[in-house]
Design a protein around this ligand. Structure first.
Ligand code: ADP
Ligand code: MG
Length: 449
């Protein structure tokens, strides 16, 4: 299997694992795993710490095997190796399990998470520019740089891109990247091994320290304390620190005030949810890169628009959708049409459906056309009312999983054939009428943001 395949296989399998075990366990345990090899029935994962590997194999072993097997039937067992990203010089905090695939795996992310592969839009412009600036490793522009925003919006990507860039252009600098959980586990290990001095020395030797997901330190008082000292020591020496979190410093509960105010003392850049245009841009760029591995994969532009509309703001979910389509394609070997895409993405789309409900649609459409709700669901048949009503019906069909009769009921008890007719009208008009196209596009966007 080529390298890229593992990423794709795992991206699809892990969505299924998430459904099985729930989001919060997923975030803690499965998220950090990366599939690095599948060989003779054994799927090997790299994990940041031995602890995660052993916890996962104790708790989620069978679920993971099950989800992998539905895509790659040869898998019978999973195995773990610990990856080392932050401790190249300290034997005491090196992983305990031989990381057979570490170099391959880290090469992989170094190719993938670059600034070149990051698509910039309004929502991530500030974070991107700040990260680029830090990566120049010139005179400190702001210290620390604190990136925050929801899951899957590219924080880790940007941080790893900084690492790539600094390693490439300033190889003498000691840039360390790790996530806060890994930091804590290594700290605790050093206490257990009575070796905190080496631990402190190791991290204080960083020229640039990049710590991902610092919200994890909330409530971990001893680790927080140690991190605070490290933070101060590095800042005082003029070393750049970059941190990320899913919350702003002030919103992280159980984080000491003095730490909060130090975190806020540099540049706090938030990454906003992606908007439709950015999603489309990211999809296009990913499809282009996929072409390299699958030369004749054809995806209609309409399909990408469909994904950008229907799938949430999380870029990880967008990628999952593309991988799913790609997997479909490799089975049927025909250009991907809308119907195929709909089939391939049926559960993704169902999950997205939950976010838009009929009431929202009715409200948005009545506002947009400046008509009354009582007219929308009432009997009037004048075109100035009937057309918006049909558009609202169309949106209900597109954006929710409601059936024709259910939609009919929401529109003042109309018959399902009336609904079908209305939707057909709009579908037809969308092919010819520019105004309607614009309206529908705008309403869809407004409803999905
Ligand atoms: P976060 O750390 O904020 O949860 P990640 O950095 O892990 O998010 O991003 C999730 C996935 O989405 C990664 O595969 C990343 O490469 C991709 N991604 C996120 N934002 C972008 C973007 N603007 N351009 C290209 N890929 C992106
Ligand atoms: Mg992240």
């Amino acid at each position: 299997m080529p390298l890229d395949k593992f990423g794709q296989l795992w991206a699809t399998a892990r969505t299924a694992v998430e459904r099985e075990i729930g989001e919060s366990s997923f975030q803690s345990w499965i998220e950090p795993m990366e599939l690095v090899d599948v060989n003779q029935g054994v799927a090997s994962f790299s994990v940041p710490t031995e602890f995660i590997g052993s916890y996962v194999s104790r708790n989620f072993d069978d679920k993971i095997i099950h989800c992998l097997r539905s895509l790659e039937p040869s898998v019978v067992r999973i195995a773990f190796c610990v990856r080392s990203t932050a401790a190249p010089t300290a034997p005491k905090v090196q992983p305990e399990v031989a990381p057979s695939d570490t170099s391959k795996q880290s090469r992989q992310w170094r190719e993938r998470f670059t600034f070149e592969n990051f698509v910039v839009g309004k929502s991530n412009q500030l974070a991107y520019s700040a990260a680029r600036r830090v990566a120049e490793a010139g005179p400190l522009p702001f210290n620390p740089l604190f990136l925050y925003g929801g899951s899957g919006l590219g924080k880790t990507h940007l941080m790893k891109a900084i690492v790539c860039e600094v390693e490439k252009n300033h190889p003498h600098l000691n840039v360390m990247y790790l996530d806060a959980q890994e930091y804590m586990i290594q700290f605790i290990q050093s206490i257990r091994n009575k070796d905190t001095l080496a631990f402190k020395k190791l991290f204080r030797s960083a020229d640039m320290l990049i710590v991902d997901d610092v919200q994890f330190l909330a409530g971990k008082d001893t680790t927080q304390e140690e991190f605070f000292h490290l933070f101060n020591a590095l800042i005082d020496q003029g070393k750049q620190i970059v941190m990320s979190s899913d919350k702003s410093p002030g919103e992280i509960e159980r984080l000491e005030n003095r730490i909060v105010s130090r975190l806020q003392s540099g540049l706090v850049a938030d990454v906003h949810p992606t908007d439709y245009e950015l999603r489309l841009g990211i999809l296009q760029s990913k499809v282009e890169r996929m072409r390299m591995t699958m030369p004749d994969l054809q995806i209609e532009h309409k399909v990408l628009e469909f994904i950008a509309h229907r799938i949430s703001t999380n870029v990880r979910a967008l990628e999952g959708a593309l991988y799913r389509i790609q997997a479909h394609y490799s089975l049927i070997r025909r250009p991907i049409t809308m119907d195929i895409a709909r089939d391939a993405l049926i559960d993704f789309v169902r999950a997205a459906d939950k976010r838009v409900n009929v009431e929202d649609i009715l409200r948005k459409v009545t506002d947009h056309y400046n008509i009354r709700m009582s007219d929308m669901v009432g009997p009037r048949r004048h075109r100035s009312i009937a057309r918006p009503r049909q558009i609202a019906m169309y949106l209900c069909k597109e954006l929710t999983s409601k059936s024709y009769p259910e939609i009919g009921r929401a529109f003042g008890g109309r018959d399902h054939t009336t609904v079908m007719h209305g939707i057909k009208q709009v579908t037809k008009l969308l092919e010819t009428d520019n105004d309607i196209q614009q309206d529908v596009k705008m309403l869809m966007r407004a409803l999905e943001e």
